[in-house]
Design a protein around this ligand. Structure first.
Ligand SMILES: Nc1nc2c(ncn2[C@@H]2O[C@H](COP(=O)(O)OP(=O)(O)OP(=O)(O)O)[C@@H](O)[C@H]2O)c(=O)[nH]1
Ligand SMILES: [Mg+2]
Length: 178
């Protein structure tokens, strides 16, 4: 599952690794899209979630789920799309530093769900083709990635536009897929 704030580049990521298609004009995702991407002998089933869903909380009751799961009364939409996945990819626009606080809040909120305990996390600092983007070390600090325990965490700086580092991202995904 790929999550992250609006316009961080989630759909661009799926487009680029799926078909090598880079475009400046990507429509903001509504809800989510599922796409199967075949790479070598593995097929990645990717859930591309709308960043705009970040703050839409739905009462568990309205989802027809049990209230006795020990979950908070409200459950984030991201969490629903992340439970049961092999890996969570969190994409952040490394050029949009004003949104780092919001990104950190949403990330740690998501990781606090028991249902997602131990799911490996890949953080991508996207848009490194833009000047003054944050480095990996700056992202680790801004997103407090060093405070994350009990799960594999990796962070790469990349660009969907230039396709920089997408090879190591794919290697990471291949390694963590079942
Ligand atoms: N310069 C630059 N622009 C990028 C890059 N990746 C994505 N963009 C642009 O950022 C904008 C948002 O990209 P999307 O892929 O739609 O972002 P998203 O995270 O899917 O957004 P939502 O679906 O609204 O949550 C688009 O205009 C993209 O062209 C990148 O690596 N570099
Ligand atoms: Mg999108």
């Amino acid at each position: 599952s790929i999550v992250g704030l609006q316009a961080s580049g989630k759909t661009s990521f799926v487009n680029v690794i799926g078909s090598g298609q880079w475009s400046e004009e990507v429509v903001p995702t509504v809800g989510f899209n599922v796409r199967n991407v075949r790479k070598g002998n593995i097929t990645l089933k990717i859930w591309d979630i709308a960043g705009a869903l970040t703050r839409q909380f739905q009462p568990i009751r309205s989802l027809g789920l049990s209230l006795s799961t020990g979950q908070p009364k409200f459950r984030s939409t991201w969490e629903r799309y992340c439970s049961g996945v092999d890996v969570i990819i969190f994409i952040v626009d490394s050029h949009d530093k004003e949104k780092f606080d919001a990104a950190r809040f949403e990330l740690h909120q998501l990781l606090s769900y028991q249902t997602l305990a131990a799911v490996p996390l890949l953080v991508l600092g996207n848009k490194n083709d833009l000047q003054d983007h944050a480095t990996v070390n700056e992202l680790i600090k801004a997103l407090e990635l060093d405070k994350i325990r009990s799960r594999a965490v990796s962070c790469y700086s990349c660009s969907m536009k230039s396709q920089h580092n997408l090879d190591i991202v794919l290697q990471w995904l291949t390694k963590h897929s079942h």
